[in-house]
Design a protein around this ligand. Structure first.
Ligand code: TXA
Ligand code: MG
Length: 332
């Protein structure tokens, strides 16, 4: 049973708010906090009981590992083995919205529940001061998936965190809407460089830096969101690449679009579209009230457009893998 009885506090993004957030984490509590990508649902990554609570609060399957967030490369090196290539990638892209999957060190105090007992660990060094101050204040990494119910849309505001997880977590720090609005890119570097999830750092940027990059690949044993059929799902059904919406469809545009009810970016700007994707999905859900379809106009698959199309593709998938008991109404 998922506990729904906690009083969730909303904290300001001040020194005092961050100090209170650190106390929540030290006591084994769950804390929502903003990063440059989306809000995270954080717990002390060395506290197994606290990490287990993340899975319970989200209704997340325990075979889907978590990202740990660090406030320095030195902290990251206490938890993962960095090859010379991994060090050059970190020097180029950290802090920033790139998660590295590396071989986990076996001599660290990390809870193995964080990595679902995999030999690898996913690590990210975020840019926002609230996130960095929380991690430095705790003195240990924060394990944090996106702050949403498992399979549902990610939260880019504290209000959305409260809507999905209110009553299940101790507090959220409201640092305003997140800057990028779409999750970090995940790059596997435990073997040959492999893109595990499209995200805020574009595939073009990574390829330009690395020279060679494998795609997510079929049948890989590594669990990443791309291997879960349904993800980022609003309550309503989703269609993508829609040029002619049907009856009952709410048409969501990209670029100039005369008949569209909403738009990801009227000027056709991919940064703006990524930033608005999850809030537009939430708004479309409210407007449709469970009846009808949100129909997205085509978005070019270049740069950030790849990450946006990836999210829409998962959002379209049949919802059978979203577990019973994690419908939005339950946590609201
Ligand atoms: O931008 C982001 O990455 C946000 C913010 C909060 O940092 N976090 C986020 O976490 O998107 P989450 O849990 O929603 O997605 C991270 C994904 C997991 O679903 C998991 O599949 C993958 O990272 N992952 C974690 N550890 C992994 C590992 N050892 N190998 C492969 N994939 C891993
Ligand atoms: Mg997520």
């Amino acid at each position: 049973m998922i506990p729904t009885t906690i009083m969730t506090r909303c904290l300001p993004p001040t020194k005092d708010g961050v100090a209170k957030g650190v106390t929540v984490l030290r006591q084994g509590g769950l804390l929502g906090f903003g990063t440059e990508t989306v809000y995270g649902l954080g717990a002390d990554a060395t506290n197994t009981a606290a990490v287990r609570r993340i899975y319970a609060a989200k209704g997340r399957p325990d075979h889907n590992p978590l990202i740990i967030h660090v406030s320095s490369l030195e902290m990251a090196e206490r938890y993962a083995l960095f090859s010379p290539l991994a060090l050059t990638v970190a020097a180029r892209f950290w802090p920033g919205p790139l998660t590295l999957v590396l071989e986990a060190r076996t001599d660290s105090d990390l809870s193995s529940v964080v990595r679902s007992d995999l030999p690898t660990v996913a690590i990210r060094f975020p840019t926002t001061s609230v996130a960095v101050d929380l991690i430095s204040g705790l003195g240990r990494p924060i394990a944090a998936p996106s702050a949403n119910l498992s399979g549902r849309i990610s939260a880019t505001t504290a209000a959305e965190v409260l809507r999905q997880l209110g009553g299940r977590i101790e507090a959220v720090i409201d640092s305003g809407p997140t800057q990028i609005g779409i999750e970090s890119t995940i790059l596997g570097l435990a073997g040959a460089p492999r893109l595990l999830r499209h995200g805020a750092v574009t595939a073009e940027d990574l390829l330009g830096f690395l020279g060679a990059l494998e795609g997510p690949g079929q049948g890989s044993k590594i669990i990443a969101p791309g291997q879960l059929a349904s993800h980022y799902a609003p309550k309503s059904a989703v269609r993508m690449n829609v040029l002619y919406p049907g009856p009952g469809e709410l048409w969501i545009g990209f670029g100039p679009c005369a008949g569209c009810a909403l738009s990801l970016s009227p000027s056709g700007n991919l940064d703006e579209a990524a930033g608005r994707l999850f809030t537009i999905m939430a708004e479309a859900d409210d407007r449709l009230a469970g009846k009808g379809v949100m129909a997205f106009a085509p978005i070019p698959s270049i740069g950030l457009g790849r990450a946006i199309n990836d999210r829409l593709f998962r959002a379209m998938a049949p919802r059978s893998n979203i577990q019973r008991g994690e419908e939005l109404e339950m946590g609201a």
